[in-house]
Write a protein that binds this ligand. Sequence first.
Ligand code: HEM
Length: 487
Amino acid sequence: MTHNHLTTNQGAPVGDNQNSRTAGQNGPTLLEDYHLLEKIAHFDRERIPERVVHARGAGAFGTFTVENAMKRYTKAGFLGEAGKETPVFVRFSTVIHGQSSPETARDPRGFAVKFYTEEGNYDLVGNNLPVFFIRDAMKFPDMVHSLKPAPDTNVQTPDRYWDFMSLTPESTHMLTWVFSDYGTPANYREMNGFGVHAFKWINSVGNYVYVKYHWKPHQGVRNLSKAEAAAVQGEDFSHATRDLYDAIARGDFPKWDLHVQLLQPEDLDAYDFDPLDPTKVWPEDVIPLHKVGTMTLNRNPQNFFADVEQAAFAPSVLVAGIEPSEDKLLQGRLFSYPDTQRHRLGANYLQIPVNCPYATVQNNQRDGAMQMKPQAGSINYEPTRHADEPKEAPEYRDSSTPLHGSATRQKIAKANDFAQAGDTFRSFSEQEQANFISNLVGDLSSVHEKSKLLAICNFYRADAKLGESLAAGLNVDISGYLQHLNR
Ligand code: HEM
């Protein structure tokens, strides 16, 4: 037998791939045509549930190389030595619309990195904007519902998300980013990445610091104005995927430097905002950036579905030396991702090659649908007297952190919802400010008067001139509210 035969999924050569087996030349098709049944049945199952958010994305493989060892701060081995290299897989995405939606949408962009470290996988699941809309996971399903197409019309409707956002004042800072041109990045290569949350780094003697992550592109940052985004979308609704794939294919490998900000636990209360609040940045002039290393993306996936669609990232995928902070948004994320992935990809989703650790996996978790890596032997429990069975490694125990207070449902003490939104607005160039105001006016003009007024008031609290410009652009008289707003 030659080795270039078209075969069935059972490996049997196919004699005829054009004609169904029928009763006579014009007759009905016979149930015995197994090749036809298998071919159609497999096609019928080609789609899996798309991600509930971040459905549209592109991915690539590469390497992360440490420049400055972080051993002083974290015992994570992959950050421990200058020159250390770790393979990575990265997926970029838009958030709200479906798998084949245009990549020009006004949206945060996902920036998810999987490090295949020798001590297990580590996922850094971030965005291209430094903050988030909300600070408590309890609000996430409502927030996403408001942004998704309406359940009756299946159309995204500004009135619905402004209804939610205007009553959620902590969203003001994120909205300042999303409605600026940073909400329509030129492509995936020319954008920043941020871990957004604070995490904890723990070193080998058990001391910990809080850490925030920043990815800075060697390619620079480039955004599209509203008109430019419309023009790109008219030409190509896959422009960002195409840009990433083509750059890597021609050997123009995109690179990002990883920087961190470090905050001592005793300084948590030193600011007029809560450093664990993901609607806040840590001012870089007070808490400086330290460069860790550089990531280079140098290999396109061979099959989009296998590697990109089936990729599963989670903020709970951590290695020893990196732990979650007490951030209430992050805490909810720790549960959400593996939960949806067991539904989206199945119980053994970590055996899919793109998700599978390079590190050895040996434990007593067995069986389940689509088990591809059965573990040998008769001992599938622990403890055991058998010396050659896998044992605990106490040096990898997680840290012990002091806690205080009572179980409660309470907002954080220092909400400070508006000050940083104002700082961000004032950090924009004149052109960026003008585009931001025009983008907002365009969107808010179709919104119910009550939400419009609330939104203007929120932006006024961030920056009085911004509030006045919005009010003027939307023909809303806010003079009766100024006394209250200026309190
Ligand atoms: C994807 C939930 C906040 C970044 C997802 C997915 C879920 C989810 C269910 C789909 C995962 C999958 O199917 O594999 C949540 C919840 C949040 C939250 C419950 C808040 C409580 C955030 C924040 C960020 C973020 C704050 C950025 C810092 C991402 C990214 C992806 C994603 C980048 C796509 C990962 C990929 O490329 O596969 N999120 N999310 N999310 N989320 Fe979130």
